[in-house]
Design a protein around this ligand. Structure first.
Ligand code: ZN
Ligand code: ZN
Ligand code: ZN
Ligand code: ZN
Length: 287
């Protein structure tokens, strides 16, 4: 988290000093007399400052003077409110009732579109399959049960993984049929309850690519696997093309981790070099 600083000072001048010191308002370019505002190396008429320059706090709605937080949605709040950033869209949370949902904090707009049951998952699932078809990612399992679970249940399912902020998980089982040399696969996807729709879609896209890789029995290292699955999130977020989707893409792209972050950057570079079809053929050949 980055804290910014905005210190304003107040000065006064008479006609004479305004002329002598060429005291000019940095907003309207007219001479300043009387009380004026100093911000950094700039000076403003008090009214120009109040109406056009002053940052307003999104919580107390007063002008900001001192340390403050800023988000990429254009919101600013005084630092002393100890506000949090939304764990999904990175907006500053300006409401008071910020109780975590499954360990994550959400802003009002994300709370309004949270996915808390499997009821509305079908259309999101279909959208993802459509996107995958468009990019040549064929035969992605189409009827995988998507279970919306709480943090405890998700952690229990992922006992072998040690990811602190796990949002989803794909579990694949396989067995040989009795009378034919065909292996059948069963998949289940578990997703943390409370994710806002764009993030839910991103996580489901990621987990569906796990089922795809499992089904093709692709052998790659962990960074390649997670990086590949993150490509799925990246695709659906690119198509969503909203500010929220952009913020989620930024997290994926700038993730400093060696598995998810570096893995993603490596796989994306490979896609850019080879194009999707050649890339997918090469991935499927990694047995
Ligand atoms: Zn002015
Ligand atoms: Zn404030
Ligand atoms: Zn949010
Ligand atoms: Zn994964």
């Amino acid at each position: 988290m980055q804290t910014f600083n905005c210190r304003i000072l107040v000065g006064t001048s008479c006609n004479k000093t305004a002329e002598l010191m060429s005291l000019i308002c940095s907003y309207c370019n007219k001479p300043i007399t009387g009380e004026y505002i100093i911000l950094g190396d700039k000076k403003y008429h008090t009214s120009c400052f109040k109406d056009h320059i002053e940052l307003k706090c999104g919580i107390c709605h007063q002008g900001i003077n001192g340390n403050y937080l800023h988000d990429e949605w254009g919101n600013n709040v005084c630092a002393h409110h100890n506000a949090r950033y939304c764990d999904s869209c990175s907006k500053i949370i300006t409401t008071n009732n910020t109780r975590p949902v499954n360990g994550r904090y959400y802003c009002q707009s994300c709370t309004a579109i949270s996915v808390n049951s499997s009821v509305h998952t079908a259309s999101v699932y279909q959208n993802i399959l459509k996107t995958y078809n468009r990019y040549g990612i064929q035969q992605v399992p189409a009827n995988v049960p998507v279970h919306i679970v709480d943090a405890k249940a998700l952690a229990a399912k992922s006992s072998s993984l040690s990811t602190p902020d796990l949002l989803g998980l794909a579990v694949t089982g396989s067995k040989w049929s009795n009378f034919s040399p065909v292996k059948t696969f069963t998949h289940d996807i578990y997703i943390l309850g409370g994710l806002p729709v764009p993030e839910f879609e991103s996580v489901l896209a990621h987990e569906l690519l796990h089922t795809w890789l499992n089904q093709y029995e692709v052998k790659m290292n962990e960074a390649e696997i997670e990086g590949f699955c993150n490509l799925g999130s990246y695709l659906v977020l690119t198509i969503a093309a909203t500010k929220h989707a952009q913020m989620l893409m930024k997290k994926i792209k700038e993730d400093p981790g060696e598995i998810y972050g570096a893995g993603f950057r490596k796989m994306l570079a490979e896609v850019k070099q080879k194009g999707w079809l050649k890339f997918l053929t090469d991935v499927k050949a990694r047995k």
